[in-house]
Design a protein around this ligand. Sequence first.
Ligand SMILES: [Zn+2]
Length: 101
Amino acid sequence: MKADIHPKTFETNITCSTCGTVWPTHSTRQGLRVDICANCHPFYTGEQRIVDTAGQVDRFMRRLQSSQNQQAAAARRREEQNKPAPKKPSLLREIYGEETE
Ligand SMILES: [Zn+2]
């Protein structure tokens, strides 16, 4: 190894913040943390699960819900506008009354 050109390396641990797995490694940084690792990622576990560390799924579901509510309200409004106006009684009928036979 040539002197004074290599970065300083440490023996450190990588910690998974989801499942808490710790494994040793060598790195130029100390105290490494990862959000997800091969022990808990659904791709490796084969488990059907949504990994949601930042609340993205919740946010999406909230947006979807509000969008569906808006669409339903718009459909209701459209239906009310398209409803035929109540029939006015005929002027003749108003004047001469109901024809009775
Ligand atoms: Zn993990």
